[in-house]
Design a binder for this molecule. Structure first.
Ligand SMILES: [Ca+2]
Ligand SMILES: [Ca+2]
Length: 373
């Protein structure tokens, strides 16, 4: 009997029900960040909902009464994170999500003339960002050696240069190097966030690579992404948005910078994937049609599609098939799997993406492939 066959035999024999959860991690969820997470940005965008608002309204994630645990503020830099973190500690949140960085760069662009910027200044800005981020994380989560018990999800700084607004600026500036400098800072900052995540065992959503892949090659960027049969526009003619045919949705606000509801919905799914894998939660993904509905877009009745975001979530020591979230794929996971056999338990129904409604051999193949990792 080969390894897979013997595992199948074990699945059929093991009747033990094992339930391993990080109970309570979603009891009180806080958010730190800037306008990409700010809950008060609906004016002018009546159908807009960012990732946190979508998780609150569609999945009942508890951000507190009137989302008071969402402390994100439009315009905030990393400098605002320690105080946002202190709020979350005062509210005694169980989980804190942090997504910050772009405004530090925007401040640099506007405050230091591009031609006069020195490497020492770039280093100082980066060091400040890292210091602020670390301080916020320590406030919420303690240290790796002395953890507070609060969990976190890190979203790294997105690739600003790929937003339509900054792409437009890069094309038309006489000092394109200023944006190369900005990108250098972002990449160093993100590398630090990943190291910190490994130290703490927290998941990271790679919003930088997500936007890189979404926008495609720099020389010939993607102009749209499909949500089912709906064209989600990735361009923004900032001066005069052209009329678009239906079914159609805007990926960005008219500023060409802020992700609109559709793209924010994908970020919501990234956070769902992060908490599911890192903390054994079982939140269901938002379907593309659901996200379009939230954003007031056109949907196709009966059509349920999912854009696969799994590549953008990094969970330290978390091989696929680790249903118990302890870092190993072993008998504990097999017991969970076998007790879910042929059920619609979405923790074990991982193939195809977003599941097929059944824990079956497709899912078992993943467990078998990572057995004893
Ligand atoms: Ca396990
Ligand atoms: Ca399945």
């Amino acid at each position: 009997m080969n390894r897979r066959m013997s595992l199948i035999a074990m699945v059929l024999m093991v009747g033990l029900v094992v339930s391993v959860t990080w109970g309570g991690v979603l009891d009180r969820v806080g958010a730190m960040g800037d306008s990409l997470t700010d809950k008060n940005l609906e004016s002018g965008y009546p159908t807009y909902q960012n990732w946190a608002m979508q998780l609150a309204s569609e999945r009942g994630v508890n951000f507190g009464p009137s989302s008071i645990y969402n402390r994100a503020l439009s315009g905030a830099t990393t400098g605002g994170m320690p105080s946002q973190a202190q709020y979350l500690v005062n509210y005694d949140v169980t989980l804190a999500v942090i997504w910050i960085g772009p405004n530090d760069l925007m401040n640099m662009y506007s405050s230091i003339p591009a031609r006069e910027r020195t490497q020492a200044q770039l280093d100082a800005i980066l060091a400040g960002m890292i210091n602020n981020f670390d301080s916020a994380v320590t406030t919420v989560a303690g240290t790796p050696a002395a953890p507070s018990g609060r969990k976190m999800v890190f979203l790294n700084c997105t690739s600003l240069n790929r937003t339509p607004a900054i792409s437009f600026a890069i094309e038309h500036t006489s000092v394109p190097g200023m944006f190369v400098q900005g990108d250098w800072i972002v990449q160093q900052f993100n590398a630090h966030i990943r190291e910190l995540a490994i130290e703490y065992g927290f998941p990271v959503v790679d919003t930088y690579q997500y936007l890189e892949d979404l926008m495609g090659p720099v020389e010939s960027p993607n102009t749209y992404v499909m949500f089912g049969d709906v064209v989600v526009d990735l361009t923004r003619d900032i001066m005069s948005p052209p009329p678009k045919p239906a079914p159609y949705d805007d990926g960005y606000w008219v500023d060409g910078f802020h992700a609109n509801t559709s793209l924010q919905g994908l970020v919501a799914n990234c956070v769902i994937e992060a908490v599911n894998r890192a903390y054994c939660c079982d939140l269901e993904y938002l379907s593309d049609q659901e996200i379009l509905t939230i954003g007031g877009g056109t949907t196709t009745p009966g059509l349920t599609t999912h854009i696969d975001i799994r590549d953008y979530i990094f969970v330290p020591d978390s091989p696929p098939g680790d249903f118990s979230c302890d870092g190993n794929v072993d008998n504990v996971d097999l017991a969970i799997f076998s007790s879910a056999w042929f059920s619609d338990y979405n923790v074990t129904d991982i193939v195809p993406y977003a599941g097929d409604g059944t824990t079956n051999l497709l899912d078992f193949a993943v467990l078998a492939a990572h057995w004893l990792e």
